[in-house]
Design a protein around this ligand. Sequence first.
Ligand code: FMN
Length: 374
Amino acid sequence: MPGASENPRTTMFSRNKLKLGIFSPNCSGGMAVTKAPERWDASWENNLKLAQMADDAGIEFLLPIARWKGYGGETDFEGSTLETITWACGLLAKTKRITVFGTVHAPLVHPIFAAKQMVTVSHVSEGRFGLNIVCGWNQDEFEMFGIAQREHDTRYEYGQEWWEVVQKIWQENAPFDYDGRFIKLKGVIGKPKPYKWRPVVMNAGSSGAGRSFAAKNCDFLFTVLIDLEKGKQDVQSIKGIAASFGRSIDVFTTSYVVLRPNRKEAQEYHEHYTMKMGDYAAVDHLMELQGLHAQSFPPEAFKLFRQRFLGGHGVYPLIGDADDVAAELAKISAAGFIGTTITFVNYLDEFPYFRDEVLPRLERMGLRQSVKTR
Ligand SMILES: Cc1cc2nc3c(=O)[nH]c(=O)nc-3n(C[C@H](O)[C@H](O)[C@H](O)COP(=O)(O)O)c2cc1C
């Protein structure tokens, strides 16, 4: 089966130097932990409109969050979520070019079931489906499933077996047995095979084990950006790990956008929906689940960090007018990232202004091509 990079149907290998994807529209609140009434309503209708708008604008991909329960607070942030593979399947059936990822928690979904589910989406989309493998994260979700999380690095050893089984099902034409440390299967077979090419695969591990897993198995690693200098070193280090396995990998990061006609207005809106209207109970629960406690940071650093979580789930802020946002995106590209995800408080209200003002600037900077000339 040819590799994902040979697939002309996926936009993930487009010629755009800076690729863009929309992150988390399948979750209520998106990425902004705010009580502001205009916050994101993750209805199917809104998701479909957004996907078609992004597709027409030449955005490369949509990436969901697989989240099984909310973070509480007044808004129950991300409490209402569309399941990601069925969400991707529906969107892919109704779009033309865009790649849509589905996110699978390897320990929660049997690999035989997952392999067939993904093959089906790959056929529906004629090769535009991508997989995000999650090996384990939020403890409360595993408790809800009644499944114990393995010790941190062992999660990735399980993930390795899970991914080997999925790939074997996609490749092997005769029944096979699998005798791993965790997974033992007899007479496994799965047909049909994926639509022409192996689906694009990504992982977003941040630990050593997570990054090795990505470097060994994935086309892309997604990583959170704290500052550009550290980001640059991260990209080099991840590429170095992949090279040690005789592979290459590209690295994406994640960001949130607060774009207004002038910088002051953007900063004021950011203050408004985070500091004034933030859902503090939800954000504190979210940060606690990630092991980020007030006691672990100097107070000023914690305040800044918490604002990033209120603003966009802790990802990198892009706040200002169109020149500011385009310039910051250019810096992300210069740091070695192949692209970034973007999010907005209300994707449908705010994306059109980004499309009309920031995308043409990126084209003039040579970072993207106009959708008309592609
Ligand atoms: C861009 C991005 C997307 C992620 N998507 C999910 C997700 O949908 N569901 C989930 O439970 N974890 C998700 N994660 C968590 C990662 O898979 C990973 O577990 C986390 O970054 C911690 O890294 P580690 O497992 O190497 O410690 C995501 C992380 C990032 C940065």
